[in-house]
Design a binder for this molecule. Structure first.
Ligand code: ATP
Ligand code: MG
Length: 562
């Protein structure tokens, strides 16, 4: 996506989205005095940018309307869940800048959910089914064909109560029995064809241990948990709209607090995958270095890459709230981090592929200090001094022996300005046996520095540079998109769509001495190169920088041409 095409929100976009409208009306007409939302992650993986959308929405709506937000772990599947994930989820939400009022676990409600299941059995609205889950699936029918009643559908209340209690007591093998709601096997909405409420799983739960061997299904646990917490607006993604009648059915028949479910379009992003199963596979198979690999769309990956919480919040706001599924260009996310760092990140000099320049008319052994602004976009950021001397480094690709047309960088007999310092002219160069340039010899014009008589002399090219006076040797990791295709999840095998060049490690880069103090997480603009962030692997003696984004989006262009 071209930066220029992304515009600031128009007045229309600033008007209320459909969820804001609903909440505003609910408060105005007294349906609710205050709103309570929740963010309900399943602790079976790390959060990703799609979850960030849901977090910003749930917490954002509550903030906007003076309400509150709960954090609820939807931990109803012991096989896939873990405390490691619980901790990371909390850390990520807080890092994004949000705080829940109370922390809950669906597993805390297991006893209440069990009691309510008994209520439904007593009302003749639930029964124990001995059919296998596969058989149940088969007998559900199709959209055009009604389902087939289970032979166990008309068990007496007493028998159901007895069997359900024995399911809980651990008398049966996994898969031997399930508890189903008794609704309508011919209902046009397949969700209402006697959905499963409980299945038997003999597994250790990360919080309830071995206390339970029956676990509630999402549809039975979720709405009831909402109701227990008196959630007013239960916001979820679009694929749950067909679940809503079931959500309402349980609440109505249990006669409990009437939480309501609202659906919005999930966030999809180009050039990545977002399903937790796929992300887990990328980690397990070693295609990335971990959940926090800077190429991952996870919150911890984005954080390590150098994304700021504010840039992610801005992104989520610009994406808006849609009722139809769509895919957002990752270019918008990149635009948001550039925009944020433009005002906050100090400008510094670093050279990724160094070529040595010798200024033959500059005195040997002399060093002078050049004063330069830390960030021209932000006066308060002040100025700093960088050393200048006879030897310095420029980018190898900023010099050509035989320059192409309209090449405004350095070449024999050509002049360029060294950014913030002098104009230099190339007189000569040396090569090795293979014809590679090893050194470039230049002269400088002492009167062309800022504050000198010729300071304003115009030359077409300006280059960044690092002087050979105490330069830092740094490692730079250039990250590119993890996948080559816009929609890798649509591929038969998304692994084949991985970008083989998504990480390039450069180990011989040079940077100005002021960076010696940089700490993990600090962000900078390397002049002319992009925004970079100190990586967690960094050590004082060997700084490592991640490229967050280049200054301009060249990806589309390079890949179209190339
Ligand atoms: P899985 O990948 O295992 O299906 P999930 O994406 O549904 O998991 P949950 O932990 O159940 O993950 O999600 C927590 C909340 O985040 C849910 O309310 C879910 O609707 C929301 N959410 C998940 N993915 C997205 C997304 N891409 N866009 C917006 N909201 C999302
Ligand atoms: Mg889910």
């Amino acid at each position: 996506m071209n930066d220029k095409k992304i515009e600031r929100p128009t007045t229309e976009e600033k008007s209320l989205n459909f969820l804001q409208q609903i909440i505003k009306e609910d408060l105005e007409n007294g349906r609710h005095n205050a709103i309570l939302t929740r963010f309900p992650p399943e602790p079976n993986g790390y959060l990703h940018i799609g979850h960030a959308k849901s977090i910003c929405l749930n917490f954002g709506l509550a903030q906007q309307f003076g309400g509150k937000t709960n954090l609820r772990f939807d931990d109803t599947n012991p096989v896939k869940e873990d405390t490691e994930y619980v901790e990371s989820i909390k850390e990520d939400i807080q890092w994004l800048g949000f705080q829940w009022v109370s922390e809950h676990y669906a597993s805390d409600y297991f006893e209440q959910l069990y009691d309510w299941a008994v209520v439904l059995i007593r009302k003749g609205l639930a029964y124990v089914d001995d059919q296998t889950q596969e058989k149940i699936r088969k007998n559900r029918g199709t959209v055009t064909q009604p389902g087939v009643d289970s032979p166990y559908r008309n068990r007496s209340v007493e028998e159901n109560l007895d069997l359900f209690q024995r399911m809980r007591a651990g008398e049966f093998e996994e898969g031997a029995k399930v508890l189903r709601a008794k609704i309508d096997m011919a209902h046009p909405n397949m969700m209402l064809r006697d959905p499963i409420m409980y299945r038997i799983i003999h597994a250790h739960h990360h919080r309830t241990g071995d206390q339970w061997c029956i676990y509630p299904m999402y549809d039975y646990a979720h709405g009831q948990s909402d109701s227990l917490e008196q959630i007013t607006h239960s916001i979820c993604t679009l694929e749950f709209d067909i679940h809503r009648p079931l959500y309402d059915w349980f609440i109505e028949n249990l006669e409990i607090f009437p939480s309501h479910q609202y659906e919005f379009a999930r966030l999809n992003l180009t050039y990545t995958v977002m399903s937790k199963r796929k992300l887990l596979e990328l980690v397990k198979e070693g295609f990335v270095s971990g959940w926090d690999d800077p190429r991952m769309p996870t919150i911890c990956g984005l954080r390590r890459r150098g994304y700021t919480p504010r840039s992610i919040r801005t992104f989520c706001e610009r994406v808006g709230v849609a009722k139809r599924d769509n895919t957002i260009d990752v270019g918008l996310l990149e635009y948001c981090i550039r925009e944020d760092l433009n005002t906050t990140a100090p400008r510094v000099f670093a050279v990724l592929d160094p070529l040595k320049i010798i200024i033959t008319n500059y005195p040997e052994g002399k060093t002078e200090e050049i004063e330069t602004e830390n960030n021209p976009e932000n006066e308060a950021s002040g100025k700093r001094k960088i050393p200048f001397c006879r030897e310095l480094y420029i980018e190898r690709n900023d010099f050509e022996i035989v320059p192409p047309k309209n090449y405004f960088r350095l070449a024999p007999e050509k002049e360029v300005r060294l950014k913030g310092a002098y104009i230099i002219k190339c007189d000569d160069y040396a090569t090795d046996d293979n014809g590679n340039v090893t050194e470039v010899y230049c002269t400088y014009y002492p009167e062309t520095k800022s504050g000198m008589p010729d300071a304003n002399r115009k030359v077409k090219g300006t280059l960044h540079w690092v002087s050979n006076h105490n330069p830092l040797d740094i490692e730079v990791r250039l990250y590119d998109r993890l996948f080559l295709n816009e929609d890798p999840a649509a591929e038969e095998n998304y692994i084949e769509a991985l970008n083989p060049d998504s990480l390039k490690t450069l180990t011989h880069c040079k940077a100005e001495p002021s960076l010696a103090q940089a700490k993990a997480g600090d962000t900078f603009q390397f002049q002319r190169l992009g925004y970079f962030c100190v990586d967690a692997d960094s050590a004082p003696e060997k700084l490592i920088f991640n490229r967050i984004v280049p200054l301009k989006d060249t990806w589309g262009k390079v890949n179209r041409e190339g």
